[in-house]
Write a protein that binds this ligand. Structure first.
Ligand code: GAF
Length: 389
């Protein structure tokens, strides 16, 4: 919580500046880093994320009219003002306003009340890095708007689903539930083993001597939504071809038996999902035992699969992962994280290896000639919560 104080103060100050009084409600939801299990969530599979110390704060107060006014403190106080007594239109694609509108429309779609509100929000999740700034905003907005409507805090699964609905219907990304569940259910000092079929989120405690290192690649994620939606469609195609409801139900034997007649790219997508599910479960077990060597092996294999079979990595990310893995040795591992096409690399590493990691990163940036990116430690943190109200 102490890490969120400057952010909270910034958001309260923005709210006062916009509306001339203090907010009644303050809601916070974190971003997340995924340690392993990417592109499995929309295939009913497994993932191992943890909520982070970064997030979004939404300050809110009721408004008597059926309108939602929102001010984006980090975007020069840009404003949205939308009526909620008529169907809510989408804003232009790519606009932050779609997050506000999508949550305002999504709450009633899940039987939750929405009423007029004044909002201001601010966040410190590094943007465009695959650390779920979008999910953190959506979940915090859902929490704030239900509190403004005087309703009980929503069930966390429903909160996550509302934020996913908003992404699908307003933001334009057909995402799974990984980011929203991680943001809603995060636990201090633990990762979460998500089963995206049952939606259970089981805390897996971090080994005492393990740390998470998050390194931006410096490659802004481009064309993410269209490439993401295409991968999702290929997974659906694979499930149809193999005759299963979702790729969660496919195993290696079925996969191999069906290879000959399958489109080669669709086959590789399916192979990634099947092998990634197995890796994620064994990585969670390795983490619970404190076995960083086995966890690291699973992370390396996950990266190779995302690079070669799912084809969502880029050369700059591959080079960064290689530099990190060379420095880490048997004491953990590194991989791309999130949707791909740039963004961050994550490493889980024995704390004693940190000086070697720092040196390797300094050499990496010098050697590649790419602008050096500041890395940080990821702190597994608690999930979404009301800070006030
Ligand atoms: C993005 C999506 F939003 C998630 O649902 C998930 O599919 C992830 O990419 C890849 O694992 O973050």
């Amino acid at each position: 919580m102490s890490d969120t104080i400057p952010l909270v103060e910034r958001t309260i100050a923005a709210f006062r500046r916009a509306y001339g009084h203090d907010p009644a409600i303050l809601a916070f939801a974190p971003g997340r880093v995924n340690l392993i299990g990417d592109h499995t969530d929309y295939n009913d599979g497994f993932a191992l994320p943890c909520a982070l110390q970064f997030g979004t704060v939404v300050a809110a107060s009721p408004l008597e009219e059926p309108r939602i006014i929102a001010r984006a403190a980090d975007l020069d106080m840009a404003e949205d003002d939308v009526r909620i007594d008529a169907p809510i239109e989408t804003a232009a694609q790519g606009e932050w306003r779609n997050h506000v509108r999508g949550i305002a429309a999504g709450l009633p779609a899940f039987g939750l009340p929405v009423r007029g509100a004044k909002l201001a929000f601010s966040g410190d999740v590094p943007q465009g890095n695959g650390l779920s700034s979008s999910a953190s905003l959506g979940v915090a907005l859902g929490l704030a708007l239900t509190a403004v409507a005087g309703a009980q805090a929503p069930d966390k699964h429903v909160l996550a689903r509302v934020a996913q609905w908003s992404e699908h219907h307003y933001v334009g990304c057909a995402c799974g539930l990984l980011d929203q569940i991680a943001s809603a259910f995060g636990e201090q000092d633990s990762a979460l083993l998500l089963d995206c079929r049952s939606l259970s989120a089981k805390p897996v405690a971090f080994a005492a001597d393990a740390v998470i290192v998050i390194v931006p690649s410096g490659v802004a994620r481009g064309l993410v939504d269209s490439a993401y939606n295409e991968r999702r469609a290929q997974c659906r195609q694979a499930a149809e071809y193999f005759g299963v409801g979702s790729l969660r139900d496919l195993d290696l034997a079925m996969l191999e038996a069906g290879e000959a007649g399958c489109d080669a790219a669709v086959f590789r997508r399916a192979r990634h999902v099947v092998t990634e599910n197995a890796r994620t479960r064994s990585a969670a077990e390795a983490m619970a035992r404190g076995d960083l060597a086995e966890l690291g092996q699973a992370m390396r294999a996950s990266h190779a699969s995302l690079r070669d079979d799912f084809e969502v990595s880029v050369p700059a990310v591959d080079a960064l992962v290689d530099s990190l893995n060379a420095a880490i040795g048997e004491d953990g591992g590194a991989r791309m994280t999130g949707g791909g096409f740039g963004g961050c690399v994550v490493a889980v590493v024995a704390a004693g290896r940190l000086p070697a990691v720092d040196r390797a990163l300094a050499d990496h940036w010098l050697g590649t000639g790419r602008p050096a990116q500041a890395h940080c430690l990821g702190i597994p943190s608690a999930g979404a919560r009301l800070l006030q109200g």
